[in-house]
Structure formats: structure tokens, C-alpha cells
Design a protein around this ligand. Structure first.
Ligand code: TXA
Ligand code: MG
Length: 327
């Protein structure tokens, strides 16, 4: 495995690896993806093997624009409005496969639909254009662990299982894309992300509904209960800190105390990481996985997490935290 700066010559090499059936980790604005040629069943199988991912959990494909998507899926009118408005960007649309769809059946795990995303990151765009095939790409981490938002996270999680890591900085958004089934009259959000129901309502005047499984009561495959998990145990909505815990903070910690006495603000930096001192949910999302990793590596057996408001982008952050905390 090699980590390469994403410049035109390395992007060309990455495309060659992909077109000859290999795996490349590519930067996107949400998280790093583990990319393979979606038309090549053997290459797609390597993704499942590298991640240790159950084959019943379908992958999404990435395209450089909606016209490329239409070679493989049907763009109904409602979905097209979403694509026109939110692509390129952190949104995956669930679309019907075309009858002559050349995408490997392994990608959709036998479903008649495929999740399709057009990423906004310029490196992902360039790689997609040079390859000119759709790229199947889940997050570039071992199944069930935290998604990677930096090249080093990929190297630590997958090592030699990936042929090349294209380094393109830290992922801006920091949370996986919002997955939307926009085919019906009511848009369904299957995975919350940085495109929120408020964004959808202000774009089209329709109220989206959450169709994602509550981590406390799962119903469908692919929404694994324990997901995005650190090694440490997690305690959510903490209002104080216990002796054996590190703290993932949000907002002011001025008045937060230790159960054994004293104040959290006086603790060493490696024990307290603040997602956003000013309480900015976008900043918090972009720091979430990297900070959880750092606290997990700090040796504490437990991570306490302060309350994060369950509105707007906070819904997606809390979804990931609940899955991370699930035992
Ligand atoms: O931001 C992202 O979406 C990242 C970057 C790399 O693009 N990718 C990503 O992929 O998060 P992955 O495979 O980790 O998550 C895709 C999710 C899975 O939970 C899967 O079950 C669901 O999408 N999914 C895939 N195809 C589906 C389908 N046809 N219907 C419903 N859910 C689907
Ligand atoms: Mg994932």
C-alpha cells in the first residue's frame, strides 16, 4: 500500500489500478472511500473482503454527473430534482437499476435499486472522469469501525489491503452522505447526514420523513446496529465526568465537574476533546470521527459524550453516536 499525493500523475496511476481490478482509497467531502470498478465483479468482491463486510450489505456507486448515472439507473422526475439541486455533494440517491445495467450484482446485494452519489471533492471528480466507469465505494475502513476522514485513518484500518491511498486532505463534512429515496411523493431519508430535512424543505417545500432504522429498534439490513464503533465503551449525554473516562465535549465545559471533585476544564488536553467550543454542528461533524479515534487511542476504557442537540445536522451526529455506543 502506498499513500500518494493526489496530483494528475498519481490520479492517472490510481485510475490504472482501478481499471485493472485493484482498490484505491479516494478522498471525498464526506469520508474517504474504498473504490473499485463497479462493473468488475471480482474487483467489487475485493472491497467486501478488504473491509470484512457482510455481502448482504449493498455498496453505493459514485459518478461524475447525473448523465453518467443514467447509463445504469433510471432517473425519475423527483429524483432528478434532487440530483440537480444537491449534486455534486453529500447526497446518495436510491434509484431503480436499468434492465441493461452493467453494474455488478454484488454491488446492490441483489436489490433492484442502487445507491448513487456524485461527490463534490475535486480529486474524486478527477478520478471518476479519468476512469469513466462508476466506482463502487464504501467508507475505507474495516467493517463496523469508525469511518476515515484522513489518509492515515485508511492506512491504519486497511493497511496493505488497499493498493493505493490518494491523499487529498481531511474530509470537510466528516459524516457519510445523506441517503435519500426520492422516488415517492414523500422523500425518505434512509441515513441522516449533512443534507437535512430542513435543507430539503427549503429547496422544494416538501417535508422529508426519516425511514432510517432507529439504532434502538433496527428493522432493515444494511443499517447495522453496532457500527462506527470505537473500542472504548461510550456513555452518552454525560453531564459530569467519571474517573476512568475521557470526554468528548460539545460547547462550553466551563461548569462541568468530575464526580470525584474538581472541574473538567482543569484536565489535560488529551483527556478532553471539544467537537466545537462554539456549539457549531458543522464543525462538530467534521471533527467527530477523528476525535473519537484520538480519545480511543488515549488508553481510556470509557468515553463520555456531552449532549448534542437533536436538530438539523445534530440528528446525523446523534445517529452515529448511538451506533458507536451500542453494545
Ligand atoms: O458518504 C458516503 O456515502 C461514503 C463515501 C465514500 O461516498 N460512502 C459510504 O458507503 O458511506 P457505505 O457503503 O459505508 O454506506 C452505504 C450505505 C450502507 O448502509 C448500505 O446499506 C446503504 O448505503 N445502501 C446501499 N445500497 C442501498 C440500496 N439499494 N437501498 C438501501 N440502502 C442502500
Ligand atoms: Mg461505512
Amino acid at each position: 500500500m502506498s499513500i500518494k499525493t493526489a496530483n494528475p500523475s498519481n490520479i492517472k496511476d490510481a485510475a490504472e489500478i482501478i481499471l485493472s481490478g485493484g482498490l484505491v482509497a479516494m478522498p471525498t467531502e464526506t469520508v474517504y472511500g474504498l473504490a473499485a470498478n463497479a462493473l468488475d465483479g471480482k474487483a467489487v468482491a475485493k472491497i467486501f473482503a478488504a473491509k470484512g463486510r457482510p455481502q448482504i450489505n449493498p455498496l453505493i456507486i459514485h459518478v461524475y454527473n447525473a448523465a453518467q448515472a443514467e447509463r445504469y439507473v433510471v432517473m425519475d422526475e423527483r429524483s432528478r430534482r434532487f440530483a440537480d439541486h444537491f449534486w455534486p455533494g453529500p447526497m446518495t440517491l436510491i434509484l431503480d437499476k436499468r434492465e441493461d445495467c452493467a453494474v455488478s450484482d454484488l454491488v446492490s446485494a441483489g436489490l433492484p435499486t442502487i445507491g448513487v452519489r456524485c461527490p463534490a471533492h475535486h480529486v474524486a471528480q478527477d478520478l471518476l472522469m479519468v476512469c469513466d466507469v462508476p466506482l463502487a465505494a464504501p467508507s475505507a475502513n474495516a467493517s463496523g469501525t469508525l469511518s476515515p476522514t484522513a489518509p492515515m485513518h485508511v492506512a491504519q484500518s486497511l493497511g496493505d489491503k488497499v493498493d493505493m491511498i490518494l491523499a487529498g486532505g481531511s474530509s470537510d463534512v466528516g459524516l457519510e452522505s445523506t441517503i435519500i429515496d426520492a422516488r415517492g411523493a414523500v422523500p425518505l431519508i434512509l441515513r441522516p447526514g449533512s443534507i437535512t430535512p430542513e435543507d430539503i424543505e427549503s429547496a422544494f417545500g416538501v417535508k422529508a420523513e426519516f425511514g432510517f432504522t432507529n439504532p434502538d429498534a433496527p428493522t432493515s439490513p444494511g443499517q447495522l446496529l453496532k457500527h462506527y464503533a470505537p473500542n472504548a465503551d461510550m456513555r452518552l449525554n454525560a453531564v459530569d465526568l467519571q474517573d476512568d473516562e475521557a470526554l468528548l465535549a460539545f460547547g462550553s465545559i466551563k461548569f462541568m465537574g468530575l464526580t470525584s471533585g474538581g472541574f473538567v476544564k482543569d484536565l489535560p488536553n488529551e483527556r478532553v476533546m471539544n467537537l466545537s467550543e462554539s456549539g457549531d454542528l458543522y464543525e462538530a461533524a467534521s471533527n467527530l470521527f477523528a476525535y473519537l479515534r484520538q480519545l480511543d487511542d488515549s488508553g481510556f476504557k470509557r468515553i463520555a459524550v456531552m449532549n448534542i442537540p437533536d436538530t438539523g445536522l445534530g440528528i446525523a451526529i446523534n445517529d452515529r453516536l448511538k451506533r458507536a455506543a451500542h453494545k
